[in-house]
Structures are given as structure tokens and as C-alpha cells.
Write a protein that binds this ligand. Structure first.
Ligand SMILES: Cc1cc2nc3c(=O)[nH]c(=O)nc-3n(C[C@H](O)[C@H](O)[C@H](O)COP(=O)(O)O)c2cc1C
Length: 312
């Protein structure tokens, strides 16, 4: 019998746990409609949208590194008022739930963007990108009162569930996740990219225009799995696991650590077909292990407590 891949996350039922990761799937997603059957995806998470259009950072803003990539796109997007016209209506025609990623430099920017999205039906959830800089150039989720204010204020106005996407660059990811939960988040995405840098030995220049950028891809997976595992111990709301998922095995690993669903970024930049492969591979793994439902593996990592050292 085929294992059941359907799953509930933030109160919504998805056909499987594999989502696209924000910003990594065409410009707004629907451009790749001819490449893969998009309706097979668990959900499509859009590129981050802001209140006003943003042109993003100067080129070069992508660099390949060992087992991963660096990016410094800088939230390039057409702004929410243009987004709700063509991209959103095209995305909603696909038949997979659409989660809109939202960012802002202030509480007001987040709230006003969500208020505009509220006017259009069909959006399943909002993912709050809390990894962008605030007005004082500090990352929003590193400014804890601001992070909580954003989550609380958006929760108050949003018609749909709120997923808080956190930066992994903190001393204690559980503490941050607990704070997002207490501010009213319905779910948490763990995690975004890791600050990193690469230098071109021909020119001695950084490979990115902004010198540093965000590291993603296979090389970050163990760090992101650890974030999910830690937060899962302390929060009650579900986790969307993200970071370096290249195969179905990687996705299962995130779910064993505590993720209810996962999102795939760099692997779909390598080939959008990887998303479909990952769904098929999860099904194969469950079948081989005689597991009837994907729900059974959430947080099912087998920790042998007596050999676990204190503090690990
Ligand atoms: C080119 C590129 C653009 C991205 N743009 C966004 C974005 O707009 N919003 C966001 O929340 N994350 C963005 N991300 C981060 C991804 O959504 C994801 O969290 C990260 O890449 C880790 O997953 P991965 O290792 O599967 O790529 C971007 C990543 C890449 C590589």
C-alpha cells in the first residue's frame, strides 16, 4: 500500500510535506509551470514580497561554493501592489496551496503588506521573513522586541496563519522560536541562510557585490537539522524545516528531527525536477520501512539518552 503523505501544518491540510523555499523557484514560481507538474507540490512559498518594489543588490549576487551557494539578492521584488495582480492570480491557478513570504523594514511595512494581501482570497498562509534588516540595519529577528512586535501585529490583522521564518545565526534558536510562538506565530520556519563569504583568487575580491551573503545548499543541512531538533524540544507549534535538502533522505532527516513539513531551495535551483524526486523518494523510504503515514516520523529521532553527554 502507498504510504499516506498528506499532512496538516498550521491548521491546513497539504497533500505532501514538500514545499518550495522562498526565492528559489523561478521569479514567482509559475514561470516553471512547463518544467514540472507544480500541482504535485505540497505548497508553493513565494519570493519575499515587500510593501514597495525593491531592485535588490548589485551584481554579482550569486556565487557557487563547495557543496552550496552564496546569494545576496537583497529582496528584489515588484512590491505587493503589483504582486497581487499578475503573479498571485497565476500562482493561485496552479492548484497547490500558496504561502506568501512577506518582509519589511518596520512593523508598519509588514502590517500594510499583509493588509493588502488580505484583500485577495486564496492565499493559504503568510511566511514572515524575519531575516531582513530593520531600519537600523539590524536583522529583524535579532531585535527581539521588534521581532515579537512584527509577529503580534501581523497576527492581529492577518486572515490566514502566520509562519515566522527565523535566522539561524543566534546563540539559542529555541529561545527565539519560543519568543515567536509566544508572540502568536502559528508555525516556525527553520531556518534561513547562514552569513558567509567567498573570495576570488584571480582578483582578490569578494565573489559578491555586498562582500558577504547567505550560504545555502547541502553544506548547511546539519546545522539546520540541529536548529529544528533544538526548537522542537521547546515549542508546541509546528516547524517547517529548511536548509540543504537535496534528496528525500534529507527531507526525512528534517522530519525525524521535528519538522512537520520541509521546503527545498538550492536543490530546485539545480533542477526544479528535484522537488518531485524528493516527494517520490520520501514515499519510497516510508514504503521500505513499512511506515503507513509520514506523520509517524515527525520528531521520531531515536535519541539514546544514556550515551548522550550533558549539554549536547
Ligand atoms: C537565490 C536565493 C534567493 C532567496 N530568496 C529568499 C527570499 O526572498 N526570502 C526568504 O525568506 N528566503 C530566501 N532565500 C532563502 C531560502 O528560502 C532558504 O531558506 C535557504 O536557501 C536554505 O534552503 P536551501 O539550502 O534548500 O536553499 C533565498 C535563497 C536563495 C539561494
Amino acid at each position: 500500500m502507498k504510504p499516506d503523505l498528506s499532512i496538516e501544518f498550521v491548521g491546513i491540510k497539504f497533500k505532501n510535506p514538500v514545499f518550495t523555499a522562498s526565492g528559489t523557484f523561478g521569479y514567482y514560481g509559475y514561470e516553471v509551470v512547463d518544467l514540472i507538474p507544480l500541482e504535485k507540490l505540497g505548497a508553493i512559498v513565494t519570493k519575499t514580497i515587500t510593501l514597495e518594489p525593491r531592485s535588490g543588490n548589485a551584481q554579482p549576487r550569486i556565487a557557487e561554493v563547495t557543496s552550496g551557494m552564496l546569494n545576496t539578492i537583497g529582496l528584489q521584488n515588484i512590491g505587493v501592489k503589483s504582486f497581487v495582480k499578475e503573479p498571485l492570480s497565476n500562482l493561485l491557478k496552479i492548484g497547490s496551496p500558496v504561502i506568501v513570504s512577506v518582509a519589511g523594514s518596520s512593523v508598519n511595512e509588514y502590517v500594510e503588506t499583509v493588509k493588502i494581501l488580505n484583500l485577495y482570497s486564496g492565499v493559504s498562509a503568510i511566511e514572515l521573513n524575519l531575516s531582513c534588516p530593520n531600519l537600523k540595519k539590524k536583522i529583524v529577528c535579532h531585535d527581539l522586541p521588534l521581532m515579537q512586535d512584527v509577529v503580534k501585529s501581523v497576527k492581529k490583522v492577518s486572515n490566514v496563519p502566520i509562519i515566522a521564518k527565523l535566522s539561524p545565526l543566534v546563540t539559542d534558536i529555541s529561545e527565539l522560536a519560543v519568543m515567536a510562538q509566544s508572540a502568536g506565530a502559528d508555525g516556525i520556519t527553520l531556518a534561513n541562510t547562514y552569513p558567509a563569504m567567498a573570495i576570488d583568487l584571480k582578483t582578490f575580491k569578494s565573489k559578491l557585490s555586498t562582500v558577504k551573503g547567505g550560504l545555502s545548499g547541502a553544506c548547511i543541512k546539519p546545522m539546520s537539522v540541529r536548529c529544528v531538533y533544538d526548537a522542537y524540544q521547546d515549542i508546541k507549534i509546528p516547524i517547517l524545516g529548511c536548509g540543504g535538502i537535496m534528496t528525500g533522505e534529507d527531507a526525512v532527516e528534517f522530519m525525524l528531527a521535528g519538522a512537520t513539513v520541509v521546503s527545498v531551495g538550492s536543490a530546485s535551483l539545480v533542477s526544479p525536477e528535484n522537488l518531485i524526486k524528493i516527494i517520490d523518494e520520501i514515499e519510497k523510504i516510508l514504503k521500505e520501512k513499512n511506515i503507513k503515514s509520514v506523520k509517524e516520523i515527525i520528531g521520531a529521532v531515536n535519541i539514546v539518552k544514556n550515551i548522550c553527554q550533558k549539554g549536547l
